[in-house]
Design a protein around this ligand. Structure first.
Ligand code: NAD
Length: 474
């Protein structure tokens, strides 16, 4: 399969005819190749997107809503094909891939509904005859950079907000998982978004971002990925005075208090921990378990994690698929080796499974020394780092002690403790007895270095809008 650039509604190879292999992470086999864009290709995408912005922003808010709703319906109609490609390129179980396609459609539909609610305000000035209007406008051409872990859903949030607001979008989609974004883009074009309003490009990520971000046509930059890359792109955007939205990494604390049922909770948290093979920015990663329930929790957690069926996503019985790539497998393996070398106890997993595909066993570490990298660096894989606590204040210092501020979780039935801990956690998401998923009606964004701005919610269009006031006298 050839995954080509999509520019002005047409698929094309890059000008240099340069391609990169796309692998199936479950087998390591080549499933196709993805085109690399040159600067000339990017210039064409920029020119088309400028025209696309003129065309799409001239479509009424109501009509944009209808077109996006139709796009969402087409995605749902195509869910089987889209999900099959998603599983093939990314590895996640087919069931999770289908849920991702449907969730992506929900974001598109939600943004279309919000487009119909865009409201300008007219007000009287301080004197009679002085009238002021406060207007909302689409920002312009959006440059979006999206990751491979939820290749459709992460891009859908950006397409939804940008297109809902009336912007055109150039998306640098992930080279490892190119099909999902293309599939979504085609559904939106088939629904009636003007061809020039959507471009999908691939290539050398740093080359593309450093060219697109300062390009005069680009008005807004949005990125989902790691903190180091986010800082780089935000700095580039800052130099060109362009607004950014950054959805970056996390290293979520999970606080398990002594009044909980440790076994029931372990069953629940194993499912959440190993979903998408742990490759989720909101994945629970740093477990703080109160000493009274530590042993039963850890024993049960290990038992249930060991029972998980790891296999190809296409197998209906699979509960956890492979990691994205050998590169990601090595990164996970390095973290585990570092922890055990420093004295951590490896209670489960800690090695790859088989010699075909990038499968890594569900892994549990305990007795982890404070300087182990896994306690400081986002694992982004199937590692649970479990620590025991007895002093709540000391535990909170550790829980809040990193530069991450994306998500955090508290499990207790004591309502006073729920309130106290929820307020004490310095995170953009706090789940109380819950590992919540991101739904379109929720604005989600990280605190501290985990990001800037939010995606979703009633304000889903705002990051892609600009406002002004017009003052009328006489
Ligand atoms: P990475 O930093 O190498 O890449 C992350 C993403 O950014 C990839 O999609 C990559 O193509 C892109 N990228 C890298 N350099 C870029 C550049 N100069 N310009 C534009 N795009 C660029 O990380 P990785 O090893 O692929 O993924 C693991 C890390 O990514 C994790 O630590 C996690 O924090 C982060 N991540 C976060 C999310 C999220 O939802 N916030 C999603 C995926 C990955």
């Amino acid at each position: 399969m050839d995954f080509k650039l999509l520019i002005d509604g047409k698929e094309c190879a890059g000008r240099d005819d340069n391609w990169q292999e796309v692998l199936n992470p479950a087998t390591g086999e080549v499933i196709g190749r993805v085109a690399h864009a040159t600067q000339e290709d990017l210039d064409r995408a920029l020119e088309a997107a400028a025209l696309g912005f003129t065309q799409w922003s001239a479509v009424s808010n109501w009509e944009r809503g209808s077109i996006l709703k139709r796009g969402a319906e087409l995605m749902r109609e195509r869910v089987d094909d889209l999900a099959r490609m998603l599983t093939l390129e990314m590895g996640k179980p087919l069931r999770e891939a289908k849920a991702e396609v449907n969730r992506s459609a929900d974001f598109i539909e939600w943004a279309g509904e919000q487009a119909r609610r865009i409201t300008d305000i007219a007000m009287q000035g301080r004197e009679l005859g002085h009238r002021i209007t406060i207007e909302t406008h689409p920002a312009g051409v959006v440059a979006a950079f999206t990751p491979w872990n939820f290749p459709m859903a992460q891009a859908a949030k950006k397409f939804a907000g940008a297109l809902g607001a009336g912007c055109s979008i150039i998306c640098k989609a992930p080279e490892e998982t190119p099909a999902s974004v293309l599939g979504m883009a085609h559904a939106l074009l088939d629904a009636g978004v003007p061809p020039a309003a959507i471009a999908v490009v691939y290539g050398v990520p740093a080359d593309i971002s450093s060219y697109l971000i300062p390009a005069p046509a680009v008005a807004k930059v949005t990125f989902t990925g790691s903190i180091p890359v986010g800082k780089l792109l935000a700095a580039q955007a800052g130099r060109a005075m362009k607004p950014v939205t950054m959805e970056l990494g996390g290293h979520a604390p999970v606080i398990i208090c002594k009044d909980t049922d440790p076994e029931r909770l372990a069953d629940y948290l194993v499912k959440g921990k190993y979903a998408n093979a742990g490759q989720i920015c909101m994945s629970p990663t740093r477990f703080f378990v109160e000493e009274e329930v530590y042993e039963p929790f850890v024993d049960r957690f290990i038992k249930k994690a060991a029972e998980l069926r790891v296999g190809p996503g296409t197998d209906e019985t699979t509960e956890m698929g492979p990691l994205l790539s050998e590169r990601r497998l090595e990164a996970i393996s390095d973290l585990v080796t570092d922890a055990t070398k420093r004295g951590a106890t490896l209670r489960l997993g800690g090695q790859r499974i088989g010699n075909k595909g990038s499968f890594y066993a569900p892994t549990v570490l305990t007795d982890i020394p404070p300087d182990a990298r896994v306690l400081h660096e986002e694992p982004f894989g199937p590692i649970a780092a479990i620590q025991k606590f007895s002093d709540e204040e000391k535990m909170l210092t550790l829980a809040n002690g990193l530069e991450f501020g994306l998500s955090s979780y508290v499990f207790t039935n004591d309502s006073e403790r729920q309130r106290r801990l929820a307020q004490a956690l310095k995170y953009g998401v706090v789940g109380v007895n819950d590992l919540p998923a991101h739904m379109p009606e929720i604005p989600l964004g990280g605190w501290k270095e985990s990001g800037f701005g939010t995606e979703g919610g009633q304000s889903i269009l705002e990051p892609f809008q600009k406002t002004r006031f017009v003052s009328y006298r006489g």
